[in-house]
Design a binder for this molecule. Structure first.
Ligand code: FMN
Length: 218
């Protein structure tokens, strides 16, 4: 999978600007976006509307206890038998973030997450979610761990937004380097790296399919 698959219709302005790609969907940049007043906490419907992938950040820092609040909220996510196998490795210091940008992310993801306050690797411990003892409960095996991790990541990005932080999930990354830089145990499965920061421009909502295309009721 390459960057264009992630970007195809969805290039929120910033990605296009940073990558130098043509993009007809550019929204009007609002460099004062970080000064916009957003209610916090938000109504759920508003939260899911305003949460968008952000690909240009204003420089900011995040304190450890702020990251802890976001992860505490994300821990409300459901998981197989409440197995809670998702783990978060948050680079919040300059040294770790700079190594991540230089060594662990492809150029376009590094550029799009530049100046983010944190780069959070999200992993899961395999062999627990979707398992009965040491045996997979069904044909999906560790896909249940990935399923739980995706649910947890959804909660994480929504919780982050609710606390005033924007995010970008990045699935394209160098697994070995992310693990080495952040000290992730070899046995854990890395899913994504999530940038957390303050949007420098207001992201646009990329189009979604009509409900009728994805829902069948009987
Ligand atoms: C599993 C996953 C991997 C993704 N990887 C990337 C990535 O590597 N780079 C990127 O710019 N966006 C990435 N995205 C963001 C998607 O492109 C984005 O969520 C989608 O276009 C919808 O836009 P929205 O988040 O603004 O609603 C990823 C999203 C998911 C869920």
């Amino acid at each position: 999978m390459d960057r264009r698959e992630f970007m195809k219709d969805s290039l929120a302005l910033t990605g296009a600007a940073v990558l130098g790609l043509g993009c007809s969907k550019e929204a009007t940049p609002n460099e004062n976006h970080t000064e916009d007043k957003e209610k916090s906490p938000m109504e759920f419907t508003e939260l899911i509307e305003v949460r968008r992938s952000v690909r240009r950040y204003a420089k900011s820092e995040i304190a450890k206890d702020e990251m802890e609040k976001i992860v505490a909220d994300a821990l409300n996510a459901p998981s197989w038998k409440n197995s809670e196998t998702t783990r978060y490795y948050a680079a919040i210091g300059d040294e770790a973030k700079n190594r991540m940008w230089k060594e662990a992310l492809p150029g376009f993801n590094a550029a799009n997450s530049a100046d983010a306050a944190a780069l959070v690797a999200v992993t899961f411990v395999p062999g627990e979610s979707g398992f009965m003892g040491s045996e997979p409960a069904d044909d999906l095996g560790n896909m249940w761990g990935a399923y739980d991790c995706g649910l947890a990541s959804s909660y994480f990005i929504l919780a982050a937004k609710n606390h005033g932080w924007d995010t970008l999930i990045m699935g394209i990354r160098d697994t070995a380097n992310v693990k080495a830089i952040l000290g992730i145990p070899a046995g854990e499965t890395l899913m994504s790296v999530i940038a957390v920061g303050k949007a420098a421009v207001k992201p646009i909502k990329v189009p979604r399919k009509p409900v009728a295309d994805v829902l069948k009721t009987t």
